[in-house]
Each structure stands twice: as structure tokens, then as C-alpha cells.
Design a protein around this ligand. Sequence first.
Ligand code: ASP
Length: 443
Amino acid sequence: MSFRKLPLHGKILLSLLLGAVVGTLAQSFYPDQAALKTFSEGYVRPVGDAFMRMIFMIVVPLLFSALTLGVCEIGDARKVGRVGVYSLLLTLLLSGTAVVIGVTAVNWVRPGDGISTEKREELLEASGFKADATKHVETAKSESKTFMQVIVEFIPRNPLAEANRALEGGLLPLMFFAVVFGLAMNAAAGDKVAPIKSFMAGLFEISLKVIEFAMKLAPIGVFALIFHTTAIVGLSLFLPLGKYVAVVLATLALHQFGVYSLALKFIARRNPLEFFRQIRTVMLTAFATSSSNATLPTALRSAEVDVGLPRNISSFVLTVGATANQNGTALFEGVTVLFLAQLFGGDLSLEMQFQVMGLAILAGVGTAGVPGGAWPMIALIVGMTGAPPESIAIVLGIDRILDMSRTVLNVTGDITIAACVTRLDGGKGFAESAAVPEPTGGA
Ligand code: ASP
């Protein structure tokens, strides 16, 4: 079969593999590493960035139209509330399980113990990520707020300002506005409101089309993203951190294939293997882009077309979940904070570990669904444990690969919750929700 005729997930997978192989070969054999880095940063990374920007530019219109329509079609506030409560409970359950799995494993394997103080300092020097670490620490400091402040700021004073900083934390308040707008659109239904409703439906269709255009670039974009990652991050950074990386990946895999399978089987009453097969393009897109928000359009389409979930429920659960449900991130934050504490010789008390777990669950809700979105929150929690917050530089150097993996969980978790909520809510679809047009990208 020629490359052109391959379905989209086949193309993405092939680009992933090719990018990884070529990048690793270049990293291992190209004699001038500095030149390789300059080349990759100058010419390859921009190609990957262009692909990501094509997707990000449509996130705000897509999210706003999907959420207002979803809420409006779910209907009355009580039903929206019920779907919301189910989603919230499942988010807490799945994130809680994820963090417990991660923290148990990190206490058991103790990946931080085997690394000497000299090696640790060496890694900090070699990571080349000190400046990024300091930036995250600064963001964390400027963003630390009281609990009440966090709750109140959920309600935006100016939704347009939040839309402006959507990818830097504005999405949650913007979603709040969209939910209220959707509820009002339903409550005010009538001739005067009808044009706005069809405007939103049109905006949603157009947004999906833009994504379809962007996804045509996916094979090239994905190749560039993966090449850049593998060409710059060599094994030299991975090896000393091998045990930590193994704990992160093994626990992520356990959650992905163990816990989600149980939820799918016993709550959503679906065959887990079949489900994972149906959402394979979504998982690949999440892996390639490291961003829940960039994967949202693919997830919306796949939930409806491949998994057969009713559009109003999936658009609500997935849109909110892309930012607010991040099980993989919660797990990763728990593991990383404890790992850095072990590395700096401070064993955390049980009480402190529970605090870290609670914060990691909350962090899963508050983390932006963009590459590396987890880091300001990790810097904040690390600071509380007594390890120097800048120590996150040690892990930042290899984060892209871990980020790709945890984002797969974040997105699988959203669709799993959507499937569970659909079942808990009686599995009904809604007559008025029009079907998503067949993808022409071959997804
Ligand atoms: N990249 C993740 C996401 O978009 C967030 C993170 O864990 O950094 O879901």
C-alpha cells in the first residue's frame, strides 16, 4: 500500500517511528552534536511548531462552540449538573487511583536512591534546562493563590481576556463562561436565539474542518516533533534516570491498560480492547503532540464516529476534560515530586506524602493541556517538599518523551469518562444532535 493511501493513524504511526529512528541515528552517529542541535532547532522544530500552531489557533472557537452546543443540547441545568457530577466523581476516582499507583511504585522502587550527590550535580549542569526550570519556578510563585481565590477566579471577569490567554491558563474560566452561555441559550430558546444556535453549529463544523486541514500536515509535523526530541535528548541523560523513567512508564501503562480497562468493562460496559482500537488515532495524536488541547478535535470526532457516543455528552465531557481531567499528569506529578525528594535525601513523612497526593490530584485539574503544562505546578509542589525547585531541570531534559506518554493517558481518560457517563446516564443520544461529517482525512 502506498503512503498516500494509508489511513491517518497509519501515517502518524509511520512518521513517529521514522522520526524516532532518524533522530536517534543522528544523535548517536552525527559527529558534530552542536551543529545537529542548531540544525534541528533552526529547521526541524519550526516545522513541528507550525503543525501545532495550526491546531492551537482553532482551539478557542472549537472549545467555545462545542461546549455551548453540548450544554444547550443536554438541556436543562439539572441534567448538565448530573453529567457534570458524574464526570467530576469519575475524574477524582481515576486521578486518585493514578496517583496512588504512582506514589506506591516510587516508594517501592526508590529510583532516587541510586544517584550520588556528584552525579546529581552533574545532571543538573548537563541538563541545559536550568533557565526553563527557573521560569517555571517564577510562574509557580506568581500563580500561588489561596483556595478561595482559585474558586472565585474560575468565574471570568472578562471572557475575552481569558480567551486571549487561553493556552496560559485561561481555558478553565472560558469554559465556565461557555457552560453558562450554553445554559442560557437553552433557557432562552426561541426565534431570536435560533440564529446564534445555528451560528455556533456552523462555527463548530468550520473548526472541525480547520483541524482536518491541519491533520493533513500531521505526518510531516509528527516526524519533525519526534526527530527534534530524539536528536537532542541523548541516552546520556536517560541512563542515570533509567529507574525513574521506568517507574513513570510502567505505572502509566498499568493505569492505561489496567485501570481504564476495569472502568470500561464494569462502568461503561464496553470491551476495552475494542475501545482502545477505536480510539487509536486519538492516542497517537496525543502521543505525537503532547497536548490534550491539540488532541481535542480528533477526540471529539472519534468519540462520536468511532466509539458511537452521543455528541452532546461527549462534547461536554471531552471539552472540559481536555483541561480538567488529566490522570496521567496527576500520576506523573506524584512520582516526580517524590523522586526529586528522594534524590535530595529528604524522605517525606507519610503526612507530607498524602499532601503531595492531594495536590497532584488537584494539579491534574488545573494543568493546562499543552506540552509541558505540568511543570509550573510541579515546581510549586517540589518547593513545598524542601527539595530546591530548580532541581526540576534534571527531569525537564527528558520530559518530552514522558509528556507524550502521560498525554495519551490524559486523553484516553477523557473518552473513558465520556463512555462511563453515557452509560450511567442511561446511554441515550439526542435526536437533535447532527452527526459529525465523515472525516475525509482517512482517520
Ligand atoms: N502535556 C499534557 C497535556 O496536554 C500536560 C502535562 O502533563 O504537561 O495533557
